[in-house]
Design a protein around this ligand. Sequence first.
Ligand code: ADP
Length: 437
Amino acid sequence: MAAMWTFALARLAGILLLGLCVGLLIGPIWLWVLVSACLYLGWQLLTLYRLDRWLRLRSQIDPPNLGGIWGDIVAQVVRLHRRKQFHKQRLIQLFRELRRSTAALPDGVIILSPQREIVWFNRQAARLLGLRRPVDVGLRIDNLIRSPEFVLYLHGDDFAMPLVIRPPVPLDLYLALQMVPYGGGQSLLLVRDVTRQMRLEAMRKDFVANASHELRTPLTVISGYLDTLADDSSIDPAWSGPIRDMRAQAQRMNAIIADLLELSRLESTDGEAPRDAIDVPSMLERLQRDALASADRPRQVVLELESADGLFGAAHELESAFTNLLVNGMKYTPAEGTVRMRWWADGEGAYFSVIDSGIGIPAEHIPRLTERFYRVDAGRSRGQGGSGLGLAIVKHALQRHGGWLDVQSVEGKGSTFTCRFPQARIWKQDVRTAQSA
Ligand code: ADP
């Protein structure tokens, strides 16, 4: 490289020296030096012109044979160009492979612009959602999928869980849609056919509901006979122990069946709970009275009413949720402990907590508590007459009211179960006062 520049400078010096010599011989010197400099400049301009022409028509003509420093520049340009072509080819190939693989995916994929317009979609998305190419490209996705839940989901910001909808095309399908935002405000909309899972789930729910329903009648008969036998003084005293056990187990089975039916009912009722006005403070006062009347309870069952507000919801479902939490608090708190119920509201919503000073729950169990039949200590729960369905019922009942359950617990110290209700479900105290006036 340095040698090339030395050679170029030497050539310029040689040309100027030649001009100087000619000037010395036939004078004037300045004229011949100027002529030689102009000749050099002209030659450089000609080379530049050939270089420029080649750069412009690079794809049609061969590189000029320029030699020296210009030849080196041409060689470098050719090298750069080849490297660029190589990378471009690789990128194009990669892009084609990506398209081919996404097109072959068993799930639908739609690329959405920041304005939620369709940029691209694969074959499966077209099949599942009835999209047509190219007419639907550029259209807003919410103009094509008009389900209100989807529109809410699309404009929200919580995409952690997929949304299950029935598609707009006349196919009897259930589709799970999930947004995956990525750079520059664009998003992927993944579309999965979950019809099979939904049908299996429906069959499972139907089976549980039907089996529970069928078991209820024979069990009522058995319980009735056992109650009669237990009260019959003519029965051999040796039988009283077994009859008492059978009666207790029959009661437990009745409780499990009642919980199963309640859970099936909650699961099979679509959408939100009705919006009946419910006087929550009165309901809680009643629950406290019942709790205090029950024989097997911790000494203290306290009610702290910090709000007079009520809720818009289904009385039966809310009572079932609150009772389950209260009964759990009492079941898992020793006789010398305390169970506190607290009802309060703030700018964001209304809350019901059951705070106990009982056995607590190890942290690793907390995320799974609302699963059906999940028990921290199965032996202890059964001993307490628990079905393992109580918290699943609470979760479903709250979900139907737009609420959710929050669990805090320290093993050996106690637990706090809080039901959180959104502002929209609160039956305001002033409205209530006006209505009752
Ligand atoms: P169960 O009928 O067995 O009480 P739940 O669904 O109501 O069923 O509760 C699930 C499990 O959560 C229980 O088996 C128990 O281990 C644990 N649990 C629930 N509430 C409490 C509580 N207040 N204190 C300690 N453990 C609790």
